[in-house]
Design a protein around this ligand. Structure first.
Ligand code: AHR
Length: 497
């Protein structure tokens, strides 16, 4: 099976915003307690943060971490999580039916983010709360001093403001499961008024309005249009969320779901631009795909969680090799619209539908999906390039014309490197790729990394890293032509310099 493509440094899709490689830590399950924070663990630092986890997060070069939710944020009082820990209340978290101890809150999380070299994408509660709590949080975090909330932060031991740039106006407010679920008009109004007040406190911040929780929501499209009607002048981004799963054991159809993600992205761009046209606005609203991943393995186990327990194992999907392929394709989907998708968050980062897992008191380890995410984040900085691709295609239960070759390339002008990310979705055949790379004169293959496995259901586990990439790919460049064999069902990273 053969595919061809032409790459040219002038075929630019757009500058990739580093925040496209963001992730997410929610107060949920063992993400915080037992994940990033475990004071009794032998690897814990002076603040109780696990250094083995910090090291793995650093390997991923995560630039941005969304916090503290997720559904959790819609019932969260941020004031519960600041000040002397001994005085912080224990609260029922209605979103996940657990007990929140509030041992970790805004300041501790900001410290952790600094340790992993990440910025924070802070979400405010527009479920049970509103304008007042949100503007106070901005003042607490970003105002230098001389006001009630900024001086309280200083009293809590944080002299310097946190200078948080990116903020989410609530979470999944279109979902009936959300605490304080609203109609699009209700949400649009409160989001616009909250945005105004937050920016009056700190005009330098950027705001994300909630889009739909997924493309199948009955209110999808109308929701985005209505919310943007209200918020267009006050926000920079509209959010998208999606999770996929291979529930029917249909691999061809499962891997084709990145086409659904493409369609979702194109639709939201169209809606945002429709409102732009309606408003005769010069401003462009970009996309924040601030929750995306595979999520389905843990659904049954999560029904058995003891209500109101503290940090139980929730949403602990153990990912297979085939999941890593879809995650690779989803990364490609994001990069193919890097001109408009400026923020994206792999949901989530530790223990909860995560690339990094921990054992309480034991080791931290990497799931299969860790690898495509790491490769994209480490090698995918620069400008996304359009490739003219010709690939054989297949049809599946829900999709037609699914290209076996899924690919995008990233050019870094400064380091003079090009990285081709490619997934071969064929279940039995090698895909031989011929690429015209004449515009990259003198470039040679630095390495061809491949993630492949004979068993599509192979997983990594504590003490058993089974699905790992190798760099024995055969890509080579000769006379402006790149040739590479992409093994059946494989994730490929071909680096040229
Ligand atoms: O990431 C897990 C959950 O998925 C989040 O809390 C919520 O926003 C979404 O439904």
């Amino acid at each position: 099976m053969k595919a061809t493509m032409t790459l040219d440094k002038e075929f630019k899709i757009g500058e990739i915003d580093d925040r496209i490689y963001g992730s997410f830590i929610e107060h949920l399950g063992r993400a915080v307690y037992g994940g990033i924070y475990e004071p009794d663990h032998p690897e814990a630092d002076e603040q109780g943060f696990r250094q083995d986890v910090i090291e793995l997060v650093k390997q991923l070069k995560v630039p941005l971490v969304r916090y503290p939710g997720g559904n959790f944020v819609s019932g969260y009082n941020w004031e519960d999580g600041v000040g002397p820990v001994a005085e912080r209340p224990r609260r029922l978290d209605l979103a996940w039916r657990t007990t929140e101890t509030n041992e970790i809150g805004t300041n501790e999380f900001m410290d952790w983010a600094k340790k992993v070299n990440a910025e924070v994408n802070m979400a405010v509660n527009l479920g049970t709360r509103g304008i007042d709590a949100a503007r106070n949080l901005v003042e607490y975090c970003n105002h230098t001093s001389g006001s009630y909330w900024s001086d309280l932060r200083i009293k809590h031991g944080y002299k310097e403001p946190h200078k948080i740039k990116t903020w989410c106006l609530g979470n999944e407010m279109d979902g009936p499961w959300q605490i304080g679920h609203r109609t699009a008009d209700e949400y649009g109004r409160i989001a616009a008024e909250t945005a105004k007040a937050m920016k009056w406190v700190d005009p330098s911040i950027e705001l994300v309005a909630c889009g739909s929780s997924n493309r199948l929501m009955p209110t999808f499209a109308e929701w985005e249009a209505t919310v943007l009607e209200h918020t267009y002048d006050h926000v920079e981004f509209i959010s998208l969320h999606t999770y996929y799963g291979n529930r029917d054991e249909d691999l061809a159809n499962y891997l084709a779901q990145s086409l659904d993600m493409d369609q979702f992205i194109y639709s939201v761009i169209s809606i945002a631009d429709y409102i732009k046209a309606k408003k005769r606005s010069k401003k462009t609203i970009n996309l924040s795909f601030d929750e995306w991943n595979v999520w389905f393995h843990s659904n049954e186990a999560d029904k058995k969680i003891e209500p109101w327990s503290v940090a139980p194992p929730q949403l602990e999907d153990i990912y297979t090799f085939e999941d890593a392929l879809l995650v690779g394709s989803m990364l490609i989907s994001l990069l193919k619209r890097a001109d408009r998708v400026k923020i994206a968050c792999l949901a989530q980062l530790v223990n909860v539908i995560a690339p990094i897992m921990t054992e309480n008191g034991g080791q931290a380890w990497t799931q299969t999906i860790f690898y495509p995410y790491m490769h994209a984040s480490v090698f995918g900085r620069g400008v996304a390039l359009h490739a003219l691709v010709s690939s054989p295609k297949y049809d599946s239960k829900d999709f037609t014309d699914v290209p076996y070759l899924d690919t995008v390339s990233v050019y870094n002008e400064e380091s003079e490197t090009v990285t081709i990310f490619a997934v071969n979705k064929h279940q039995t055949d090698v895909l031989s790729l011929d690429a015209d790379v004449r515009s990259f004169e003198g470039y040679r293959v630095v390495e061809h990394i491949i993630l492949e496995h004979d068993e599509v259901k192979a997983t990594n586990q504590h003490n058993r890293t089974n699905v790992v990439p190798h760099n024995n790919g055969d890509a080579k460049v000769d006379g402006g032509k790149l040739e590479a064999n992409l093994p059946k069902l494989s994730w490929n990273v071909i680096r040229l310099a």
